[in-house]
Design a protein around this ligand. Structure first.
Ligand SMILES: Cc1ncc(COP(=O)(O)O)c(C=O)c1O
Length: 407
């Protein structure tokens, strides 16, 4: 019988099950000791002082935009090669995500482009115009202030942070790391999550560790940590009574069951990441130097990769979308990852993107393919995927293409 291979899988052991069941037997299912312990453990992973648990990575990013002072029309420089939440969080505060293209090797934001954009946007006028979304060009005088840089550590690989930190310093910008895909990664020996003013990890079930739904903001900025605690808890301040609300807040709390699960998972983080690295190595062994397939590129600045997904590139004349279909016919899931944010229907409609604006991102969006990946995947399953992939890639080459095969 063929083995069914899922796209991703959580890695839940007896310790996790026991931790959740024990929590269920206590009277405290929200705002309790498990959240505090999980926050301390997550902050330690990032090497920072404060962790603030929230109910998703997206809500964590939203709160970071508030802390960064993003308001009406304010600009935030970020990447279009990401999951949509990393740009949506700017819109929640009525700001404008200013996309810059990415490094073709890693798919992470190109720090040189980010620096040029920051220079031009600060200067304003015509220079600023070309960085703005199409519908806002010519309206630059009404644009708000440039407030923040929001790099994303795509696929578990840190963005090139040192030049981004220089840009943030030069222009007095907040630097928020979207580390939703990168818990446990390191950049030049420094942990993801410790590199900017604040960072966010996410714990959806496909992530390196999961809480079901959940996220964690990590920061060294004490006033921000207090602000995050208030904002996630309906705007209550520490000294407020239950029905006093100092500011507009949200219910972004992480419950105790999720926190108990997260704590048990984060205590196994090193082992879980090592298992993921082993699966990535099995894929690399089988796919490196295979015609029409390019394996993931790890930058020299990435001193520790936190494998979130295993994403290959399907090179022309092979056809990525045909490969997806042929794999699916054999029961093997795969995903185009990422679909560029500016090409999502909502962004096209609202900001006037048509395609062609960010060529590197669009190229990566057209050729990237995430393969089934998790810490519980076996070498035999990797074999099955790779065999099917070799075949699908060859069969996807149109007969008319140079090098197209007879069939
Ligand atoms: C890069 C990136 N940013 C943000 C998020 C949002 O996290 P969540 O799904 O927990 O809201 C994710 C998760 O999928 C992500 O991959």
């Amino acid at each position: 019988m063929a083995i069914r291979i899922p796209m991703s899988s959580p890695d839940i052991g007896d310790t996790e099950v026991q931790a959740v069941v024990e929590t269920l037997r206590t009277p405290t299912l929200s705002i309790g000791p498990r959240l505090e312990a999980f926050e301390r453990a997550a902050a330690a992973v990032a090497g920072v002082t404060w962790g603030v648990g929230v109910n998703s990575g997206t809500s964590g990013l939203h709160l970071c935009m508030i802390a960064a002072g993003v308001g009406d029309g304010d600009l935030v420089i970020t990447t279009p090669f990401s999951f949509i939440a990393s740009a949506n969080c700017v819109l929640y505060e009525r700001g404008i995500p200013v996309f810059v293209d990415v490094d073709p090797a890693t798919g992470n934001i190109d720090p040189h482009l980010a620096a040029s954009a920051a220079d031009d946007l600060t200067r304003g006028g015509v220079a600023a115009d070309r960085w703005l979304p199409p519908v806002l060009r010519g309206a630059h005088r009404s644009a708000g202030r440039l407030r923040a840089l929001l790099p994303v550590h795509a696929f578990g690989q840190p963005a090139d942070m040192d030049p981004l930190l220089d840009t943030a310093r030069n222009h007095d910008l907040a630097l928020i790391e979207d580390a939703c895909e990168a818990i446990g990664a390191a950049y030049k020996g420094r942990p993801a999550g410790s590199l900017g003013d604040a960072a966010v990890f996410a714990f959806y079930p496909n992530k390196q560790i999961t809480t079901g739904e959940g996220g964690m903001i990590v920061t060294n900025r004490e006033p921000w940590a207090h602000l995050f605690r208030s904002l996630r808890n309906q705007g209550r301040d520490v000294f407020d009574g239950w029905l006093n609300h100092t500011r507009l807040g949200y219910n972004y709390r992480l419950d105790e069951l999720s926190a108990a699960l997260g704590l048990a998972q984060v205590q196994r983080l090193d082992a879980l990441l090592a298992k993921r690295a082993r699966v990535a190595a099995w894929y690399n062994e089988r796919l490196t130097d295979i015609e029409l397939i390019a394996t993931p590129r790890i930058a020299p600045t990435t001193t520790h990769m936190s494998w979130f997904v295993y994403v290959v590139r399907i090179l022309p004349p092979a056809q990525r979308d045909t490969v997806v279909r042929l794999l699916a016919e054999r029961g093997i899931p795969s995903r185009p990852y990422f679909t560029p944010i500016h090409l999502q229907p909502f962004y096209r409609e609202r900001f006037g993107y048509r395609g062609g604006e960010f060529p590197v991102t669009e190229h990566l969006g057209a050729v990237s393919l995430a393969l089934p990946f998790s810490s519980v995947m076996t070498e035999a399953q990797v074999d099955v995927v790779c065999e099917a992939l070799y075949d699908a890639v060859q069969r996807s080459v149109p007969l008319s293409a140079p090098g197209g095969i007879e069939r």
